[in-house]
Design a protein around this ligand. Structure first.
Ligand SMILES: N[C@@H](CCC(=O)NCCCC(=O)O)C(=O)O
Length: 237
């Protein structure tokens, strides 16, 4: 039996209606890792989050909009222009309950930020205006499968067990980042040159790991990134 991996979705806004969408690369990567992808809607019924988790073996929090700064006690700066309160509310409930149950959880980009805020952490709302000497993190004209900068991985972490201690080249499509890590989390990778947090783990959980880069876009051209999804699926068995 393949482990059922819930994947969060994002709204695609069109003139006549709204769709719940997900990049097929998340589905592809979970399938390649031996999991059964299950797309999760964005439900206003936050109280249903636990019921959704009852049918799953693990959860993948995907990328997308900025997490509302109101959720970590700040007012939005002018660079925050795209938040989705419905998605925030549902994913906060999902993340808190999944982590409380110690379900295997993997976060990607926004997903890492959701997990961190759900655990009481904070974010840089815009690294380019809030982090001194911040380097590039949002090369909008590059292909999603292109590697852009490197990250250094901390020893004695799940991440270093997957990728080793040499600098790891990753793609990058974000303007926000983890500032204060949430309860139980430790930063486990940093971008080379500006020390932006690029991965976090909760060592007290079975598998609770998140990365700032888009590993789902890399699993075909750079197959070693499939290790993240295989680790999630294996932990979900
Ligand atoms: N909005 C946050 C998170 C960025 C993110 O998740 N990007 C993904 C773009 C959509 C996709 O391809 O999934 C930030 O900017 O830091």
């Amino acid at each position: 039996m393949k482990p059922k991996i819930g994947i969060t979705t994002f709204y695609e806004r069109r003139p006549h209606k709204r769709y719940c969408m997900v990049s097929d690369h998340y589905v592809r990567s979970v399938r390649m890792a031996g999991g059964l992808p299950v797309l999760l809607p964005i439900s206003p019924d936050v109280e249903d989050a636990a019921a959704y988790l009852d049918g799953l073996d693990g959860v993948l929090f995907s990328g997308g909009e900025d997490v509302s700064p109101l959720l970590y006690g700040e007012s939005p700066v002018k660079e925050v222009t795209d938040i989705c309160p419905h998605r925030d509310a549902f994913e906060m409930a999902l993340a808190r309950e999944a982590m409380r149950r110690d379900m295997p959880v993997l976060g990607i980009c926004r997903g890492m930020q959701v997990m961190n805020v759900a655990a009481g952490g904070t974010l840089y709302q815009d690294v380019f205006s809030q982090v001194t000497d911040c380097l590039g993190h949002l090369p909008m004209k590059m292909a999603v499968e292109s590697l852009y900068h490197t990250v250094s991985i901390e020893p004695d972490t799940k991440l270093v067990a997957m990728f080793g201690e040499e600098p790891l080249a990753v793609n990058s499509f974000h303007h926000q980042a983890v500032k204060e890590v949430g309860e139980g989390f430790v930063p486990t990778a940093f971008s080379t040159g500006d020390a932006i947090v690029e991965a976090i783990e909760n060592p007290g959980k079975k598998f609770c790991l998140a990365v700032q880069w888009h590993a789902e876009d890399l699993t075909v051209d750079h197959p070693h990134f499939l290790r993240l999804f295989s680790a999630l699926v294996d932990a979900s068995r």
